[in-house]
Design a protein around this ligand. Sequence first.
Ligand code: BGC
Length: 450
Amino acid sequence: MNEKRFPSGFLWGASTSAYQIEGSPLADGAGASIWHRFSHIPGRVAQGDTGDVACDHYRRWRDDVKLMKELGLQAYRFSIAWGRILPEGTGKVNQKGLDFYRALVDELGAAGIEAMATLYHWDLPAALDERGGWLNRDVASWFADYAEVAYRELDHGVRFWATINEPWVIVDGGYLHGTMAPGHASPYEAMLATHNVLRAHGEGVAAYRAIGRNQVGIVLNLEPKVAASESEDDRLATIRTDAYMNRQYLDPIFRGSYPEELKEVYGEGWQSFPEADFEVIGRPIDFLGINYYTRGVTAADPTVPYERARRIPQPNAIVNAVGWEVHPNSLRDLLVRVSEEYTKIPLYITENGAGFYDPPAPIDGRIEDPLRTDYLRRHFMAAAEAMEKGVDLRGYFVWSLMDNFEWAHGYSKRFGIVHVNYATQERTIKESGKFYSEVIRTNGGILKRK
Ligand code: BGC
């Protein structure tokens, strides 16, 4: 009676990204990416880890599709490495790179698994970075040209296209704080990169309208911000940090402008842009992908650059291995907010999951990860609650299909529902993965209401 089933047709899947799992970054004529370069700079990634081997998915993809089948996944979200297809970023197409993704897409189709392809999950071709990368206005047309090549080759088997994964992380890590590739730290560059990433998205959508037959959207990472106290300073800090992380992207895509508060965040780095750009950025999309991991309880702190706000750790909260608070109700609230304030187009959770302290190796063939199972269970329930409140949520992709290269953390953080032994490349479905299989098999029927 008190079981929770999801609407029929609800799509259950899992996500990965190219640089995080593929390995063989330069194989078959691929051009180096900014992440390949960045991870090879000593001190940039924990333990000196790189994506050189990662999960060796570039060679083991067939087995990985079998694994997806074993899990019962209905959909798989992966990303395409731009530099495999266009080694220089523009110009000459590398057929071998296209062949890799075509084979993957066809294998998914044969397995009855829907494909969601992300065109950009942070691995810009290094050759384009040398021409200014996301700071060069031309990047929007470079991206559209690349997107078109991918659409032409793969649209037959890709039901959902996501242009860009998480513009906020691209900009915050890559251009404002320098913690991620390409490692710049400048408010002027950050604002410019935001704008060009969004223009690229818009041009990618336009290119799809000309030739595509399925759906195109974008993936944003959104994080509800709540004030740590009722003080006026904390209230304003919360508005600022919400503008920076969430509205910086939601507003131009759905409302045609940047939030005013961004001026306070970027200070002298603030710029204004031609009105016509916002028409490009706001081109109608078919779905919005939302990545949700945590919330941010926020207090004013004038010593923190740009945002002048700080995240306040919560007493008694469960936090994951990356230090993120587990807070499922914020997922529900976020979905309701997006649906009430921004858009009625279908929503997909394109990433949700947690890096926890898993045992480093299977014990009696099992990886017990009860915290991850609990995390997923509670977030699935929160998503169901959002749907009861009228949110048009169509699917859910868990991050991640398997443990992988967790960017600046290297291999030290494990987010997978499948464990990867990096020495042998052996995969073991974790207990959370088995739980997820049951959720999928019963379409949520095994989830108990609390
Ligand atoms: C990214 C993933 C990443 C995950 C966990 C998201 O920001 O899209 O690539 O692994 O979060 O940090």
